[in-house]
Write a protein of this length. Structure first.
Length: 116
């Protein structure tokens, strides 16, 4: 089992060996595993898989019963997001830091002071 925790600078992947990795390292791992198939599927097909995985995550969140199953759905979402970014030529780590560099992109504060 792999537990993936996402923040702006790291995807901390804690495996049985205790390894961790940056977002770009995780994205590269997804590239090595799936890039050929993802490219053949194309942007639209890969995006549709991502949407399906987000829907599956939503179903698990509604259940609120099985943390392990929910973790797996989070992992699927980030994996498909990385796959889509790979075929689009987007560096997820760079994109996230450029937009959210320790502050809310809307109000420019940390923590966010936006009113909703």
């Amino acid at each position: 089992m792999v537990l993936i925790i996402f923040n702006l600078r790291r995807v901390k992947s804690t495996t049985k060996s205790g390894e961790s990795m940056h977002i770009h390292e995780f994205q590269e791992m997804m590239r090595q595993l799936y890039f050929t198939r993802d490219t053949e599927r194309g942007v639209s097909g890969t995006y549709n898989w991502l949407v399906d995985e987000v829907a599956e995550l939503g179903e698990e969140l509604k259940k609120e019963t099985d943390k392990e199953a929910t973790e797996k759905e989070f992992a699927d979402v980030i994996a498909w997001l990385a796959s889509l970014a790979n075929i689009m030529g987007i560096d997820l780590e760079k994109a996230a830091i450029n937009k959210y560099n320790h502050k809310c992109p809307k109000c420019q504060q940390s923590p966010c002071q936006c009113t909703f």
